[in-house]
Design a binder for this molecule. Structure first.
Ligand SMILES: [Zn+2]
Length: 294
């Protein structure tokens, strides 16, 4: 009897936890969308929520935004937060790459604002449009070419690096040299225990490692990532990330050279399981890359 009662209590407790979990999950639905702004420099902020992290740079005559959130709703929340900080209009906004959480809100931005992305972004957006998966009207106003371009908007000097392939083949890294601040998009995302590489957009570990090493040479004080918080915005975090990823890539290459299977390599390296999204893990991308280059 006692054992039965204990079991029953356990079931009730489990049901209670399940209900609680459902309630918490419900609170995170689209109706609860929120954007939180944090200051990092006198005139520079980053904004979490509603998509990838955004950057906000207040210049002499207007505001420059990096990544306009996933939807019009998120973009409007971001614009409302900016209006609380400054009466200056948004004159320019960037998209760091072609994943929707970094550009989907573009239509909600002021029509007069310039939308700047990269040549690689445009190529990927065309492929997304072909699949009928891009419900937007707006097209970019400027495409940054491969390599480096420098611009000055609202008195703020920005160095733009279209180095690829990193997280995708359309990445744009935005450096504010005067502030030693770098907006990296998802090249340095902490969304997973290991780097997130979109192989379907041309990413591979060799390219990613080279780009992160280049980013570290910019000698930034802070690297604002497309996902994560201040803890993964530091050079030290990024140095550890690239060191571990380089070691994994080298070990995978060595094992592929020995003719070992993906399953065997996974067992040997004991990597964390991949996400439910179905996108391949870093190790899987490293395996295919090593196999292709063999
Ligand atoms: Zn993202």
């Amino acid at each position: 009897m006692r054992r039965g009662k204990a079991l029953w209590t356990g079931v009730t407790l489990a049901a209670g936890i399940a209900l609680l979990t459902t309630a918490v999950a419900g609170q995170r639905g689209p109706q609860q969308l929120s954007v939180t702004v944090s200051q990092i420099k006198p005139n520079i902020y980053w904004a979490a929520g509603g998509g990838g992290n955004s950057g906000i740079i207040i210049g002499d005559n207007g505001v420059i935004v990096i990544d306009p959130k996933t939807t019009a709703e998120g973009a409007k929340l971001l614009l409302a937060e900016i209006a609380k900080i400054t009466p200056k209009p948004v004159t320019h906004f960037f998209s760091t790459h072609s994943d929707a959480d970094h550009w989907g809100g573009a239509d909600a931005f002021p029509a007069s604002a310039m939308w700047i992305t990269s040549e690689g972004f445009r190529k990927e957006l065309l492929a997304i449009e072909k699949m009928g998966d891009a419900p937007h009207k707006r097209v970019p106003s400027r495409l940054v070419k491969r390599g480096k371009e420098s611009v000055t908007y609202n008195g703020v000097r920005l160095d733009l690096y279209h180095w690829v392939p990193g997280h995708t083949s359309g990445d744009l890294v935005i450096h504010v040299p005067e502030e030693r601040l770098v907006f990296t998009g998802d090249v340095t995302s902490n969304a997973r225990p290991e780097p997130t590489l979109h192989a379907h957009k041309g990413a591979n570990p060799d390219g990613w490692i080279a780009i992160v090493n280049n980013i570290l040479k910019l000698n930034g004080e802070l690297y604002v990532s497309g996902h994560g918080t201040m803890e993964n915005f530091t050079p030290a975090w990024l140095q550890t990330r690239v060191k571990e990823a380089t070691e994994t890539n080298n070990r995978v290459k060595a094992m592929v050279a020995e003719g070992r299977s993906l399953g065997d390599i996974k067992m040997t390296l004991k990597m964390a399981p991949g996400p439910a999204s179905g996108n391949p893990t870093y190790l899987e991308v490293a395996y295919w890359n090593a196999l292709l280059k063999r």
